[in-house]
Design a protein around this ligand. Structure first.
Ligand SMILES: NC(=O)c1ccc[n+]([C@@H]2O[C@H](COP(=O)([O-])OP(=O)(O)OC[C@H]3O[C@@H](n4cnc5c(N)ncnc54)[C@H](O)[C@@H]3O)[C@@H](O)[C@H]2O)c1
Length: 252
């Protein structure tokens, strides 16, 4: 395939604009159409308020929008029979189940975090948890900008789930401590969210022992890391058969 043709859902948002700028630079990727609730008559490609109105042919969908766009964009993937790279976070359990069903018909790439560094961090914290738990208490802190809608971040949950899988589900996630007055239980995994300013995304896992603390952290410096991962995933998904895919599949 000479050029990958992308349909971009949420094209007027922060991540949508990052992807648009990247595709303008890359010769092998072009955005042929997009959808958003905000329209822009000066856009280089047509923007639809309803993705199903799209007339253009495309090879793959990238979605960085909002949970309210979910049914429209998954319908487009199914109707056009093209793979989708789903990057929107905060999906409900029902929507995740719908994605599973969709993956029986088309390729579905889903990752709450498209950066390479976070996916390496997950491998590292799994290993640390296996070696240090239960002697060390585990706490997780995530920080994001003040416009983020969901908390804790989808990435924090991916990190927590990775460690919990490694420990055969022994951990219990605790999101706030003010509701009960009790000592910390060994099986607790505290997950804490900080929101403010323009923080792109910080994740820190602390393994706290009696005499030493191991901290493994990741800092996203710009949104480009997510954009690059999403465009790479779009190229990876072109022509892929139905099924579920994630960063581990892409990175091998
Ligand atoms: N997976 C990752 O690595 C990753 C990284 C960054 C952001 N995200 C997620 O991607 C999503 C978008 O992030 P953002 O920072 O660009 O947000 P944003 O708010 O800047 O942009 C979202 C865009 O979606 C549009 N939109 C909202 N409702 C819509 C609807 N019903 N139909 C069509 N368009 C609609 C908005 O108008 C806006 O232009 C969020 O869920 C965010 O958490 C994921």
């Amino acid at each position: 395939m000479s050029q990958v043709r992308v349909f971009l859902s949420g094209c007027m948002g922060r991540m949508g604009r990052v992807i648009t700028e990247m595709c303008e630079e890359y010769e092998d990727t072009v955005i042929v159409a997009g959808s958003d609730v905000v329209l822009n008559p000066n856009s280089a490609f047509p923007i639809y308020d309803d993705p199903m109105k799209c007339q253009e042919e495309f090879d793959v969908i990238i979605d960085f929008s909002h949970v309210s766009a979910f049914s429209g964009i998954t319908k487009l993937a199914e109707t056009k029979n093209v793979p989708i790279v789903m990057c929107t976070t905060g999906l409900s359990d029902e929507q995740k189940e719908e994605l599973n069903k969709l993956s029986e018909k088309v390729g579905v790439f889903y990752s709450g975090n498209m950066s390479l560094g976070i996916n390496v961090l997950i491998k590292l914290v799994r290993e640390a948890a296996a070696k240090l738990y239960p002697d060390f208490d585990i706490e997780l802190v995530e920080e994001h900008h003040n416009k983020k809608l969901d908390a804790p971040s989808c990435t924090a949950l991916m990190i927590a789930d990775g460690m919990n899988e490694e420990l055969n589900g022994q951990l219990e996630y605790v999101y706030e401590r003010q509701s009960k007055r009790a000592k910390r239980d060994k099986k607790e995994l505290g997950i804490h969210s900080i929101r403010g300013g323009n923080i792109v995304g910080e994740h820190k896992v602390m393994f706290i022992g009696g005499e030493e603390i191991l901290t493994i952290s990741h800092s996203a410096q710009t949104r480009n890391v997510f954009g690059r991962g999403a465009v790479a995933a779009a190229k990876f998904m072109c022509g892929k058969p139905a099924g579920k895919y994630d960063m581990q599949d892409m990175l091998g």
